[in-house]
Write a protein that binds this ligand. Structure first.
Ligand code: C2E
Ligand code: MG
Ligand code: MG
Ligand code: MG
Length: 290
């Protein structure tokens, strides 16, 4: 009986593996067609400079306008793209789109920095620097307007290689940012010695600040404060991500964070909505000041 059960378990396991592999293959095929068919879209989330209370940049976040399944978040397809080797192609499309949008905003008198999320696999493939240059060349966007975000965990996968490419990018004027800082267990010394200019504090730390119990709130605030001073000591700017309440916004501002990003400021929005949102925001602020 034991033998039989073992066989059943193995059969069940391999059925599940086969089903998962089929699903991945289907999504990969669909995604390849989706890029070609123009089904991917980029939404932009504003970044607030806390000292001046001005919006100085945006983060680009990819979505898939799926014909049957609706608007899909990156968690539904970016991991598949990474596993199947399709992510470089996806990122080249995102880079080209973002550079074009940011150049258009520039022409409208809205000089914003635009941050693009980069996968660890892309850093490993050796085409990152040339892919970024190609997007800048075809759009005419100045390199100073572009920021590349790499997560703490992907930097930790190959720190030497990350450091090399970060240095190369920064020489050409492109800024590099370490994303989701404080969400992994990477070597602190390694992360802070990276040639990156921005440290993005993970939303799990930011969201612990307020709305939770008093003890956890003060511990999270202490953690955020520590990261902010760490960033300062390393000559880096800091971003609090996932700021959802006015209370969290007040705390991260008081702790000296350089920027804040989150639903309390704005949710990610389509490119065409951004100039309108910026206009409405500055009218609101003018009315308050007047
Ligand atoms: P991320 O780079 O850390 O992006 C921030 C995520 O937090 C976004 O989720 C954003 O919509 C969400 N967010 C922003 N403000 C708040 C808030 O106040 N509360 C909460 N709960 N969430 C907030 P999204 O768009 O689902 O993206 C998830 C992740 O997917 C990103 O995390 C990034 O790692 C990845 N990603 C997004 N676009 C791309 C891309 O073009 N290429 C690659 N390789 N990865 C991408
Ligand atoms: Mg990011
Ligand atoms: Mg993040
Ligand atoms: Mg994240």
């Amino acid at each position: 009986a034991a033998k039989g059960a073992g066989r059943d378990t193995v059969a069940l396991f391999s059925d599940e593996l086969r089903a998962a592999a089929r699903r991945r293959l289907r999504v990969t095929t669909e995604l390849r067609e989706a890029i070609a068919a123009g089904q991917l879209v980029v939404h932009y989330q504003p970044l607030l400079h806390l000292r001046t209370r001005t919006v100085t940049g945006v983060e680009a976040l990819v979505r898939w306008q799926h014909p049957e399944r609706g608007l899909l978040p990156p968690s539904e397809f970016v991991p598949v793209a990474e596993a199947s080797g399709l992510v470089d192609e996806l990122t080249r499309w995102v880079l080209a789109t973002v550079a074009r949008d940011a150049a258009a905003w520039d022409d409208m008198g809205l000089p914003l920095t635009a941050a693009v999320n980069i996968s660890a696999t892309h850093m490993g493939s050796g085409t990152l620097v040339s892919d970024v240059s190609a997007a800048l060349a075809s759009s005419g966007l100045r390199p100073e307007r572009l920021v590349l975000e790499l997560t703490e965990t992907s930097v930790a996968e190959d720190p030497e290689r990350a450091a090399e490419q970060f240095a190369e990018l920064r020489v050409s004027g492109i800024e590099v940012s370490i994303d989701d800082f404080g969400s992994g267990f990477s070597c602190l010394g390694q992360i802070v010695s990276m040639p990156a200019g921005i440290l993005k504090i993970d939303k799990s730390l930011v969201q612990g600040i307020a709305g939770s119990g008093h003890k956890q709130a003060s511990q999270s605030a202490a953690a955020v404060e520590t990261v902010v001073s760490l960033a300062k000591a390393c000559g880096m700017r800091s971003v609090a991500e996932g700021v959802e309440t006015p209370e969290q916004l007040a705390v991260v501002a008081a702790l000296g964070c350089t920027y804040a990003q989150g639903f309390v400021i704005a949710k990610p929005m389509p490119a065409e909505e951004l100039p309108r949102w910026m206009g409405a925001r500055s009218r609101r602020r003018a009315a308050l000041a007047g």
